[in-house]
Design a protein around this ligand. Structure first.
Ligand code: PGA
Length: 259
């Protein structure tokens, strides 16, 4: 893992946007997009670069990480709607290039299998953006998720439903079930970009990065991946034991070496 501690959320957003811009400019790309609050600054930065510098997503495809079961794509809190509002409708993805799970499906198992097949058919994900939950989840892989899991239905913890209640009119409206890419699915992406912002994430970040690989902290499964970049603000990094080493290493990153 390359762990980079940056001064603030804007620096995290700019650095994450740099990684995605380099990928998109390199040729037709498959991006893995996350929803939630954490990547919003990154998306705003990419929209700005699209408008100011002509950064184009016309040759890119995107796959969402997860979706609530029971919400139609048109529901304002569905991740289909959220990603369109926060990012993809403001740039130039081709029609049909942004893919998500169908939360209104009557057959979640078939929908999950279809989704894994469609990611594979697109050639796999080049760069996957990830946030981290306060309980260490990535995607909606809650604690004790199989480290080898594929896309499937999961039950949200009470904590995650509370954390996400701000996106709904009433806390009880947060669905109990979700479809999520599995930890094995996520680890198939060629480059994982984990973003952590704010003190509320500090314990989960420390467990994911410096703790043992264990299903109790699903994000720790990323330690098994050969190309992971972790971008943290100082608050999210505040419980790490080895920050001085991460900063020493980043300060000596060879000029030729990319993220
Ligand atoms: P957040 O959620 O970005 O809204 O904090 C992250 C997550 O739950 O994965």
């Amino acid at each position: 893992m390359e762990i980079i501690v940056l001064p603030d959320t804007d620096a995290v957003a700019r650095t994450a946007a740099d990684v995605l811009e380099e990928q998109v400019r390199s040729g037709p790309s498959v991006l893995g997009l996350a929803t939630g609050s954490t990547p919003l600054g990154t998306y705003r930065e990419l929209i700005d670069r699209h408008r100011r510098n002509g950064l184009s997503f016309a040759d890119a495809q995107a796959f969402l990480l997860d979706e609530y079961v029971g919400l139609a794509a048109s529901h304002p809190a569905s991740y289909h709607s959220v990603i369109r509002n926060e990012f993809t409708d403001s740039v130039d993805f081709a029609p049909g290039a942004v893919h998500g799970l169908d939360g209104s499906t009557k057959d979640p198992e078939a929908e999950a299998a279809r989704y894994d097949r469609s990611i594979a058919a697109a050639g796999g994900v080049d760069v996957q953006i990830l946030g981290i939950g306060t309980d260490g989840h990535v995607g909606f892989n809650e604690p004790m998720s199989s480290l080898a899991s594929r896309t499937r239905i999961k039950t949200l913890t009470r904590q995650t439903r509370q954390d996400n209640a701000r996106f709904f009119d009433h806390p009880d409206d947060v669905p109990e079930h979700v479809l999520t890419q599995g930890l094995g699915t996520i680890r198939d992406a060629r480059h994982l970009l984990l973003l952590g912002l704010g003190e509320a994430k500090a314990d989960a970040v420390a467990a994911a990065v410096e703790g043992p690989v264990a299903a109790v902290c699903p994000a720790s499964a990323l330690q098994l991946h050969p190309h992971v970049t972790v971008l943290l603000d100082t608050a999210a990094a505040s419980k790490l034991a080895h920050t001085e080493y991460y900063q020493y290493t980043f300060g000596r990153k060879p000029a030729w070496q990319r993220f």
